[in-house]
Design a protein around this ligand. Structure first.
Ligand SMILES: *Cc1c(COP(=O)(O)O)cnc(C)c1O
Length: 379
């Protein structure tokens, strides 16, 4: 019998998700902002210490809300890493912004803060650090440069929930931050996200934008006697069924994070000698960063080796994936003037990075199989 397949990602129940779905029905409220949405909001606000947390239908939509909240207009510039998921950029391009791609640091693969100052112009309206793999960007420098230029920071924290920088939770340092609860993230409800609002004067308008441009939230709090259309907006709130699933996962966050830490450390211990013997680099986590254990990646010596290694693993039923293709070289990125050589570290890393299977239900024995399959590979 062939060995069972080891998936790259696999969603799993953490605890009471199914019970909570049933309970949401018995409360007769499955549209947005019901009992479980409020539980999730309160959990995120108190655990992370953010002024306001609002669930959204995705991290993409939380980023779109951020672009609306910051009044991004055609011709505005936003500084964003080329090495990220397309939504970090697209949410702002939808409002007519021009992306200014910044290269990454070769160690953490985070936005290279030493290049930031030179990319600021009088048209810069936002800077978007992505805490890659849940490892913090160099936030002191980024916050200092952006404060001087009076440019808001939006943290794309899709990878970094519960990660920290110098003790502070990721997602609590920018004016705004966004989370993802997509199936591939540490905590999931299938598709979902959240907007974290740290700048108090953005809270009220965020609630309005999320509720189709109406002051419905204020109406429900008894602050106005009727609700009406007051601003632009859309429908960014998820069903309370999704919030019920999410709350079941959030409640188990410490177990989930402890499990992921254990998996990450088992990979690191099992691969460190192998990596140094074969010129493979393992993830780097600076001392200031308490990582969120979102992924385990390898930086291989070449594209050719990566291609062969993916096949070698696949032949043994092990699924590994790579990302991101540099955004400045994509069809859209080139329309914004992106050219080869603009972000050399991004271009190099993109060819050599490989992500190993990593999810909450990965067993230690499956993980040992991945490690031994890597040891069997001929460079
Ligand atoms: C997953 C991800 C997103 C998008 O999340 P969705 O919830 O799928 O919209 C955005 N940015 C980064 C860095 C991501 O990894």
């Amino acid at each position: 019998m062939p060995a069972p397949v080891i998936d790259f990602n696999r969603p799993s129940l953490a605890g009471k998700e199914l019970e909570y779905i049933q309970d949401a029905f018995s409360r007769a409220h499955i549209s947005g902002d019901g009992y479980y949405s409020k539980k999730c909001h309160a959990f995120l606000e108190t655990t992370l210490g953010v002024r306001r947390a609002l669930l959204t239908t995705s991290c993409t939509h939380a980023l779109e809300m951020a672009a609306l909240l910051l009044n991004i207009q055609p011709g505005d510039e936003v500084i964003v890493p080329s090495f990220t998921f397309v939504s970090t950029v697209n949410a702002f391009v939808l409002r007519g912004a021009r992306p200014i791609f910044i290269d990454i640091r070769p160690d953490t693969l985070n936005l290279d803060e030493t290049r930031l100052e030179a990319l600021l112009t009088p048209r810069t309206r936002a800077v978007l650090p992505v805490h890659y793999a849940g490892v913090a960007c160099e936030m002191d420098t980024i916050l200092e440069i952006t404060a001087r230029a009076q440019v808001p920071v939006v943290e794309d924290n899709a990878h970094g929930l519960f990660g920290r920088y110098k003790g502070r939770f990721l997602g609590t340092m920018g004016a705004l931050a966004t989370q993802s609860f997509h199936e591939t993230k540490n905590i999931t409800c299938g598709e979902g996200g959240a907007l974290l609002i740290n700048q108090p004067d953005l809270v009220e308008r965020a609630e309005i934008i999320r509720e189709k441009g109406t002051n419905r939230s204020r109406f429900f709090r008894g602050m106005v006697d009727k609700y009406t259309w007051v601003d632009v907006g859309s429908s960014y709130l998820p069903s309370d069924i999704l919030a019920a699933i999410l709350f079941g996962q959030l409640e188990a966050w410490q177990t989930i994070q402890a499990r992921r830490q254990c998996l990450w450390e088992t990979y690191a211990a099992g691969l460190s000698a192998w990596a140094s013997a074969h010129d493979v680099r393992l993830p780097f986590v600076p001392e200031d960063a308490q990582q969120a254990y979102h992924m385990f990646y390898l930086l291989l010596p070449s594209l050719e080796i990566r291609t062969r290694l993916i096949q070698h693993l696949k032949d043994r039923g092990i699924y590994s994936v790579f990302h991101y293709l540099p955004l400045h070289l994509s069809d859209m990125g080139q329309q914004f003037g992106g050219r080869p050589g603009d972000c050399p570290v991004t271009e190099d890393v993109s060819d050599r990075l490989l992500r190993l299977p990593f999810h909450n239900a990965l067993t230690t024995s499956a993980l040992e199989q991945v490690i031994s399959a890597l040891h069997d590979f001929t460079f």
